[in-house]
Design a binder for this molecule. Structure first.
Ligand code: ARG
Length: 458
């Protein structure tokens, strides 16, 4: 069935029909489309366009259709151009010509914008749940691995000792910000376009506020032209998804690196590790590699839609039909990825001794400079003196804690025999007690605020 045949003599070319049809992907909006239509029928009744009897019949028919979608018995047909057409066609089969009254004062333009917003509103809580699942796994790790020290890196060069728990939580907070973004996104998505017509508004006395209340929208759109063209919510969702992808990729990359033989900090769980068809000894971190890899596609969905939106001339253009596939793809990608990653993180084993053996005395070079600072030496000068100590240690082939006092004194008389205590990684960590630092006391506080954040649902 076609909804627009009246002014045409020739049929649409078969290949063009295929290009134009969106049913293959917008069938995912089926339930939302029916809900939108139920609310519209009620609004038409209040506006006096449908009698009570007509509205009841239409709504009963829509109820049957909704059940058919739920039971997956809806009879899709080859000629259904999109989900809106399919529902109207089916309604006609069920209740006859009266079905033709449902589209009064409405356009597929305000309909599809409403459907996609509804779909997103329906699906954001599950995404939030999945993010919380991974956050929960990271937070559990932070609790369980408390007390394990590891080298912290900047530029991927050993920098300063940190608590492994602190490192786990460094991957918790980006996801917390992602959830915050979803909250903001939900607010901006919950604005109802229905009642905007094709672009100019609806000619009937439709109570848009009532529709919004029925469908769970918080507000109604202010401008009908804007309402049918606005896909900010879709782009914003794709941005959120892309940024989640980048956060997952960063975590994955670190796990891949740290589980390599050269680092040996983590051992991958069997259930989340794959083998090689050729090399019998291999244990490959495919799950984490796929997380890293899929972040590329997630970014692509965002760039794809933004590029589609750029330069569109007027209210609705068919280009906008391209909004759905990236939104569905991004959602699908994350809902496969997040639970797997959560479990894989839970299953990692920690090689604490390997991490500990990476904590050479030069990771405490900053502490050595701080030691001089506490003796009243300006930090800049202390930095230079310790730089000289490091240089000398290289020349002597000794580590900082192997050098004797004469060697220290050759650089500065300010060093005392108590300097050896500086080369303790746990001392270094324990000193970083200021809020947000890596000291156990600070990380305990951090765990409490992470738990409080995690307790907040979308
Ligand atoms: N399938 C279309 C879409 O996804 C529905 C809106 C069609 N509107 C129109 N004026 N042809 O955007």
């Amino acid at each position: 069935m076609k909804l627009w045949g009246g002014r045409f003599s020739d049929r649409l070319d078969a290949a063009a029909w295929k290009l134009n049809a969106s049913i293959e992907f917008d069938r995912r909006l089926a339930i939302q489309d029916v809900r939108g239509s139920l609310a519209w029928a009620a609004a038409l009744e209040s506006a006096g366009i449908l009698s009570g009897e007509e509205s009841a019949q239409i709504r009963a028919g829509l109820g049957v259709i909704e059940a058919e979608f739920q039971n997956e018995t809806f009879p899709f047909q080859e000629q259904d151009e999109d989900i809106h057409t399919a529902v109207e066609r089916r309604l006609g089969e069920l209740i006859g010509a009266l079905a033709g009254k449902l589209h009064s004062g409405r356009s597929r333009n305000d309909q599809v914008a409403t459907d996609l917003r509804l779909w997103l509103l329906d699906h954001l809580p599950a995404l939030d749940e999945e993010l919380r699942g991974l956050q929960g796994a990271l937070l559990d790790r932070a609790r369980v691995d408390m007390g394990t020290l590891m080298p912290g890196y900047t530029h991927l060069q050993p920098a300063q000792p940190v608590l492994l728990s602190h490192w786990w939580l460094s991957h918790f907070w980006p996801l917390e910000r992602d959830r915050g973004r979803l909250r903001g996104l939900r607010e901006r998505t919950a604005v109802l376009p229905l009642g905007s017509g094709a672009l100019a508004g609806t000619p009937f006395p439709i109570d848009r506020e009532a529709i919004a209340a029925e469908l769970g929208f918080a507000a109604v759109s202010e401008n009908s032209i804007d309402a049918v063209s606005d896909r900010d919510f879709a782009a914003e969702f794709l941005f959120c998804a892309a940024l989640v992808g980048i956060h997952l990729s960063r975590l994955a990359e670190a796990v891949i690196l740290f589980s390599s033989a050269e680092f040996g900090y983590f051992t991958l769980p069997d259930a989340y590790t794959t083998g090689s068809s050729l090399m019998p000894q291999k244990r490959n971190p495919d799950v984490f590699e796929l997380a890293r890899g899929k972040s590329g596609a997630l970014l692509g969905y965002l760039v794809g839609l933004m590029t589609t939106l750029k330069g569109l001339p007027s209210a609705y253009d068919k280009d906008l039909q391209e909004d759905k596939v990236p939104v569905f793809n991004a959602w699908d990608t994350l809902s496969v990825l997040l639970p797997v990653l959560a479990n894989a993180v839970k299953g990692l084993s920690i090689q604490g001794e390997r991490m500990h053996s990476g904590l050479g005395a030069d990771l405490m070079a900053t502490d050595l400079a701080d030691y001089l600072v506490e003796k009243g030496i300006p930090f800049r000068q202390a930095h230079t003196l310790v730089g000289k100590v490091v240089k000398l240690s290289g020349r002597l082939g000794k580590t900082l804690d192997e050098m004797d006092m004469d060697e220290y004194w050759s650089i500065s008389p300010q060093f005392d025999s108590d300097v050896v205590q500086v080369f303790s990684a746990s001392r270094s960590v324990n000193r970083r007690r200021a809020y947000g630092g890596t000291a156990p006391s600070a990380v305990e506080v951090q765990i409490l605020s992470a738990q409080a954040a995690l307790d907040r649902e979308l």
